[in-house]
Design a protein. Structure first.
Length: 191
């Protein structure tokens, strides 16, 4: 019984030793790609030469520019000086900005800068937008509000403040509105 167990242990050791022995070949190796499972099958035949087979794998990363931008949902203009000129402002913030090196996130404004009455088709009121509370310079349709640089953290860059002001006195009471569109584009890095 004891002899039998010793024989089993020796057989197991012999099998283990042959499993870890290097493959000996006569440099005849064949590898075939199995594309459906993304694996390789191979065989080595012959004697006298130890053959090692290597296959390379490329590791890649393709990261598109990403960012989180917050714009105000509404800018309420108020008559701050009781002179029938209405003013207001809003901030645009950006976080988690992942851009190519040398790129920036460009913010532009699109509008006809005309407030229209919600009750009268003829009542309109012109207004201006600017990045300065002194309204110098005044933004035009498609004008640059500002830029953000790469910032991968949760803390936003300094916000871009946009100021709005009517350019003429209000003559008729009522609700007036306009839609301002902010566009965001990434600049191409300089070569």
């Amino acid at each position: 019984m004891k002899t039998r167990k010793i024989a089993q242990v020796l057989t197991a050791l012999a099998l283990a030793a042959t499993m870890t022995a290097p493959v000996m070949a006569n440099a005849a190796a064949t590898w075939t790609e199995k594309t459906e499972s993304n694996t390789w099958e191979g065989s080595v035949s012959g004697t006298d030469v130890q053959a090692e087979q290597n296959q390379n794998t490329n590791v890649t990363l393709n990261a598109d520019p990403t960012y989180i931008v917050t714009i105000p949902a509404t800018i309420n203009l108020t008559d701050t000086d009781s002179n029938d000129i209405y003013e207001g402002s809003g901030e645009i913030t950006a976080t988690k900005i992942h851009l190519e090196k040398g790129s920036s996130l460009r913010v532009a404004i699109k509008s006809d800068f005309t407030l229209s009455s919600t009750t009268s088709a003829t009542d309109k009121l012109l207004y201006q937008a600017s990045t300065s509370d002194k309204f110098d310079p005044v933004l035009t349709d498609g004008g640059l509000v500002g830029t953000f640089e790469s910032n991968v953290g949760d803390t936003p860059d300094d916000p871009l403040t946009v100021y709005f002001k009517t350019t003429e006195k209000l003559t008729n009471a009522g609700s007036y509105s306009d839609t301002v569109t902010f566009t965001f584009t990434t600049t191409v890095p300089a070569v």
